[in-house]
Design a protein around this ligand. Structure first.
Ligand SMILES: Cc1cc2nc3c(=O)[nH]c(=O)nc-3n(C[C@H](O)[C@H](O)[C@H](O)COP(=O)(O)OP(=O)(O)OC[C@H]3O[C@@H](n4cnc5c(N)ncnc54)[C@H](O)[C@@H]3O)c2cc1C
Length: 346
């Protein structure tokens, strides 16, 4: 067991930022993780890295990067139409979705093709097409970076919300390594009409186009995969981190004000008199789609996706700041970045 030094992370982040980590170690077992926590050089930053699909590196990492490569999926219990599965943190998320679909388990189909690892999924409560991780989440195991102590977090303790969990708060951020996640999926689908989340316009349209009469996890997954392939650029071709901004959530009162000035504003009504605004629509309406600026570009088809066009992470962040200013000036709304943006750490 040893740390690699001056390790280039270009192959470890989907934005393809070519930055170096002072120290890098990939752990495949709990024992290796504990060894790395005990023996890591004394540096301020200790970053846990999964697939690097939600991280923007703007400069070299003066610290230690620990890469989660823990593998394994186990069905631990199956009863009453549901199955409990325990998944190691380093498992690729889409492989887990495929594993579950091959066995006819339902619950993950709408989350097909999301890049990254299972251990990172709770961090921002990944979501797509009306389903979020928290809908199938039971608990997780994590190791505290400072002490090496193991702890279980249940759903309540994770405090999930839209693109949010307790692991994004000041108290917990960057302090825990998620080593495994327990999910509860449906092993028997009693009523396909209510068993699947088909409410999104694009999903309805694709199901109709395919003349689907009976739903299954496989069919739903195929539909989601084909929509995502049409809409989202593959990071292997156009380096990106998916949606760069969260959809902002405003009060109903604020929404009425904004809508008076911008009647076309795309929005989704939420609980507790709140409204989610479509960040992509705002960016698009200001003419940003397809615009390139100093080595960073807004994707031609999807205004929420920013691409590294040669300038690296910093160029993408510069572009994102220009977009933020324009949106604030035009709509009075702040767009919060979705990925973790890492600067210089000394
Ligand atoms: C093309 C594309 C499409 C995407 N679509 C979606 C989408 O539809 N919905 C969605 O929600 N997200 C989406 N994302 C974002 C991303 O895929 C998810 O956030 C994913 O969960 C990140 O996983 P990762 O392993 O790559 O995490 P990383 O980028 O490696 O890390 C992200 C954060 O999690 C922390 N972290 C990672 N692993 C662990 C661990 N084991 N323990 C503790 N902390 C950890 C990191 O320190 C960092 O803060 C998309 C990204 C891309 C590139």
């Amino acid at each position: 067991m040893m740390f690699q030094t001056e390790f280039n992370l270009v192959g470890n982040n989907t934005l393809a930022s070519s930055v170096q980590a002072d120290y890098f170690y990939s752990f495949s077992t709990q024992e290796e993780l504990l060894w790395s926590l005990e023996n890591k050089p004394e540096k301020q930053l200790c970053l846990i890295l999964g697939g690097g699909s939600n991280i923007v590196f703007t400069s070299d990492v003066n610290g230690v990067v620990l890469h989660n490569a823990m593998q394994g999926i186990t069905a631990v219990d199956e009863s009453d139409g549901s199955v409990l599965i325990e998944v190691a943190g380093g498992v690729e998320w889409h492989s887990l979705v495929q594993w579950s679909i091959q066995r006819g388990y339902a619950g993950l189909e709408n989350l097909s093709l999301i890049p990254g690892t299972v251990g990172a999924a709770p961090i921002q409560n990944i979501g797509a097409y009306g389903v979020e991780l928290c809908d199938v989440f039971e608990s997780l195991e994590a190791v505290e970076i400072k002490t090496g102590k193991c702890r279980q977090f249940n759903k309540l303790q994770c405090d999930f919300a839209y693109r949010h969990s307790v692991f994004k708060t000041l108290e917990y951020r960057g302090k825990w390594v998620i080593t495994s996640v327990m999910l509860k999926l449906r092993s028997a689908i009693l009523n396909t009409a209510v068993g699947f989340q088909t409410g999104y316009g694009e999903i309805e349209a694709e199901l109709a186009r395919r003349n689907v009469t009976e739903l299954s996890p496989q069919i739903m997954s195929d539909v989601v995969v084909s929509i995502r392939r049409r809409k989202l650029p593959d990071p292997a071709d156009l380096p990106n981190v998916g949606s760069f901004f969260k959809n902002p959530i405003v009060s109903d009162v604020d929404f009425q004000r904004i809508q008076q000035q911008h009647p076309g504003m795309v929005n989704y009504t939420m609980a507790e008199q709140r409204v989610k605004l479509a960040a992509g629509w705002m960016i698009d309406s200001l003419g940003w789609k397809g615009r390139e600026m100093d080595g960073a570009k807004v994707h031609d088809k999807q205004a929420l996706v920013l691409i590294n066009a040669g300038g690296g992470g910093q160029a993408v962040v510069n572009l994102s700041e220009c977009i933020q200013k324009d949106v604030v000036n035009s709509f009075g709304v702040f767009l919060e970045p979705e990925p973790l943006i890492l600067g210089a750490f000394k």
